[in-house]
Design a protein around this ligand. Structure first.
Ligand code: PAF
Length: 283
């Protein structure tokens, strides 16, 4: 593993690799690496990348809650140890905020054509402008051939594709399937903060999504939503924030009677103080 800690060095290293014909992949992260990140890096190598840049940067502008930002797990030593076995094939970039943003750590204003107004965007105002801004800066610094994002954050993935189109950034955006624990829980950096009780309870989320997929052709959208709401209302440890069924391209909520399209279920749940999201394709 190579560590480049300055933006100029990383830009030069990637430019040299690309000049010599190597394909450079990029996996942006906020650290607290887990098996999901590793599978994303491996996914990048299985998509013809010769070298993968992994950035570790807890991006302040995408947190709409100060406490969430303060408590976000920061485990740099452990993260670097996890990446070490990749040797020189992985380049780690751990910038300071000013290296990414310059003097003013501030979000840009984007028109994501409504993709950012529903679900995560509705509950986390400003979140996607923060994500778009940091990625716009990181793409400008790294200039990779391809960038990889997990489908757990499916709304984020669609918004990143829109960002790249709006800013005409020459990078291929590739989504990777969700990594799940054996019990079905989607892997996330936040999982390490779950209490043992909540860890045991959390796989209920995926169980519910699978049941929705099973019932999708038989029940109406309203019936499915009501069933999910009731299932969580009866649960002692998990609190539903939202459940939505939406077209996976436009992210527009599905309406009763209109089941032709590529639909996907999206969910956000609180397990104590920890907010977990998940998603499942229904078609
Ligand atoms: O998905 C994440 O971890 C973050 O939103 C990202 C893409 C690294 C931007 O900070």
């Amino acid at each position: 593993m190579k560590g480049y800690f300055k933006r100029l060095e990383i830009s030069r290293a990637v430019a040299n690799l690309r000049k010599s014909g190597k394909i450079v992949g990029f996996v942006p992260t906020m650290g607290a690496l887990h098996a999901g990140h590793i599978s994303l890096i491996d996914f990048a190598f299985s998509h013809q990348c010769d070298t993968v840049v992994v950035s570790i940067f807890v991006n302040p502008t995408q947190f709409n809650n100060k406490e969430d930002l303060e408590h976000y797990p920061r485990t740099l030593e452990k993260d670097l140890a996890i990446l070490k076995p990749y040797g020189e094939k992985v380049i780690v970039f751990t910038p300071e905020p000013e290296e990414v943003y310059g003097e003013e750590v501030k979000s840009k204003v984007y028109d994501f054509e409504g993709l950012d107004k529903v679900m995560e965007g509705a509950f986390r105002p400003g979140h996607f402008e923060g994500v778009g801004t940091v990625l716009s800066h990181l793409f400008e610094i790294v200039k990779p051939d391809k960038a990889f994002f997990g489908e757990k954050d499916f709304q984020q993935l669609q918004i990143i594709k829109k960002l790249v189109a709006i800013e005409q950034i020459p990078v291929e955006i590739i989504g990777a399937p969700i990594n799940r624990n054996e019990d079905g829980l989607a892997q996330s950096s936040r999982n390490v903060r779950l209490t043992p009780e909540h860890t045991e309870a959390a796989p209920f989320i995926y169980k519910i999504l699978k049941q929705v997929r099973e019932d999708f052709n038989e029940k109406s959208i309203d019936q499915l939503k009501q069933w999910v709401e009731e299932a969580f209302a009866a649960h002692e440890l998990l609190k539903l924030e939202y459940f939505e069924i939406a077209d996976q391209n436009t992210l527009k909520p599905a309406k009763n009677g209109s089941k032709s399209g590529d639909f996907r279920a999206f969910i956000a749940v609180f397990a104590g103080d920890i907010r977990l999201i998940d998603t499942l394709s229904l078609t």
